[in-house]
Design a protein around this ligand. Structure first.
Ligand code: 6PG
Length: 251
């Protein structure tokens, strides 16, 4: 594990949700203080749901400057936003429908568009517009939340995918034959590794083996290749997922 990475072990999924909410509050206030706004990238899948629900409640929700907060997504499946498999829908149900963030400050990936490459390009333009980056510059998120798949994928960066080799585009269309929904949109490594802070959320015994492997910096798993070039990397895991680890501090 790289020197600027840390592993924090929470008692259980509830403890991890509390710690995640607290870390989001800290990152939000730090960003608004320093740059006048908070650029947050949400993870998909199921793990983050409890953290989003916690963030939507007292005391955390009142501690977030929602009027200065912008919400983005790390990846999206090729489904409409009201589909049960939509990452947007999960975030909307658990968090976005329950906090006063302006809809114009929630930048959704249009996974439902038939032309995935065009949708990826459109999201890259939306990122550039929101961050005010010029051609060739990468958006620098204040905080990126990520999950870990049992095969070591993160966002929709899956093992052996050509998208792992992307060095210039910030968003790409991915075809993931092994995934339940093969067509995906995903942020790429250049953007993830440009972030000021990346927070992996991992819970459950079924993730113990892949977590141990992902934390070995010699591994070539997509999750292991997330290493912010000038930022902090935090692994927030519960005891069940940490069962095979020798590292980590209690949260
Ligand atoms: C997705 C996510 C994906 C997720 C992992 C872990 O669209 O599925 O972006 O990368 O974070 O698959 O998913 P769980 O949290 O459901 O285990």
């Amino acid at each position: 594990m790289g020197s600027d990475a840390s592993v924090t072990i929470c008692a259980d999924a509830n403890g991890l949700a509390e710690s995640t909410a607290q870390l989001v509050v800290e990152a939000a206030n730090e960003a608004v203080e320093a740059r006048g706004r908070f650029m947050l990238c949400l993870a998909g899948g199921e793990t983050p749901r409890a953290s989003y629900a916690r963030l939507a409640c007292s005391p955390y929700s009142a501690r977030i400057p929602w009027d200065r907060t912008w919400i983005f997504f790390g990846d999206e499946r090729a489904v409409p936003p009201d589909d049960a498999d939509s990452n947007y829908r999960m975030a909307h149900e658990a968090l976005l429908s329950r906090v006063p963030v302006a809809p114009a400050q929630v930048v959704r990936m249009r996974g439902e568009d038939a032309d995935a490459e065009a949708a990826a390009a459109a999201y890259a333009v939306a990122l550039a517009d929101a961050f005010g980056t010029r051609r060739g510059e990468l958006p620098r998120f204040d905080l990126v939340l990520l999950g870990l798949g049992v095969d070591g994928h993160t966002a929709s960066l899956f093992p052996n995918s050509p998208v792992l080799l992307e060095r210039f585009r910030s968003v790409a269309a991915a075809h993931v034959a092994a995934a339940q929904i093969p067509e995906r949109l995903t942020l790429t490594f250049p953007v993830l590794n440009a972030a000021a802070r990346v927070l992996f959320l991992v819970t459950g015994a079924e993730k113990a083996k892949i977590l141990r492997k992902a934390l070995d910096e010699r591994a070539t798993l997509p999750a292991t290749m997330v290493r912010p070039t000038d930022g902090e990397l935090i692994w927030l895991v519960d005891r069940a997922a940490a069962a095979l680890l020798q590292v980590g501090q209690a949260c």
